[in-house]
Design a protein around this ligand. Structure first.
Ligand SMILES: [Zn+2]
Length: 149
């Protein structure tokens, strides 16, 4: 069981009779469920795409399961790119969930750019003291894109 299996998505709450509305608060279409939120929510998808772009990666749309299998087969070693992907992925999940709750409980919404910038802050803060070979072309591009000081 992963954290995603226990998240109280609104579809799940609705089945228990807790909420009345089930459209996704992030993109306002589709019913919110675990698979919608992380597989085909347009807001989540655009945000993840923006993260990949900062890493100079582009990927066809991946389902949650495809994403996990890409991560476990490719995110190995200690390269800066791998570290960024791992931190960004965790921050992405956290940020999507936080944003969903903020919209539901506080009625406040941030744009995708604002969400991306909060993810960049987390990545930048976690990697700012790391020893890096900044002469490396890829590393220097990544530091620049992510604001790693
Ligand atoms: Zn959505």
């Amino acid at each position: 069981m992963t954290i995603i299996d226990i998240l109280p998505t609104r579809a799940r709450l609705s089945r228990m009779g807790i909420t009345t509305t089930v459209s996704c608060v992030l993109c306002t279409d589709s019913n919110e469920s675990r698979s919608h939120l992380f597989d085909n929510c347009s807001t989540a998808t655009s945000l993840w795409k923006a993260i990949l772009t900062l890493n100079h990666l582009s990927k066809l749309h991946m389902s949650w399961d495809e994403m996990l299998s890409w991560a476990s087969s490719s995110w190995k070693g200690k390269s800066l790119l791998t570290s960024i992907l791992k931190i960004a992925w965790c921050s992405f999940i956290y940020t999507i969930w936080e944003e969903r709750n903020r919209r539901i409980f506080q009625g406040r919404a941030r744009t995708i750019e604002e969400l991306l910038s909060s993810i960049k802050d987390i990545v930048g803060a976690q990697l700012s003291n790391r020893d890096l070979n900044r002469m490396d072309h890829v590393n220097s591009l990544l530091c620049n894109n992510w604001g790693i000081g």
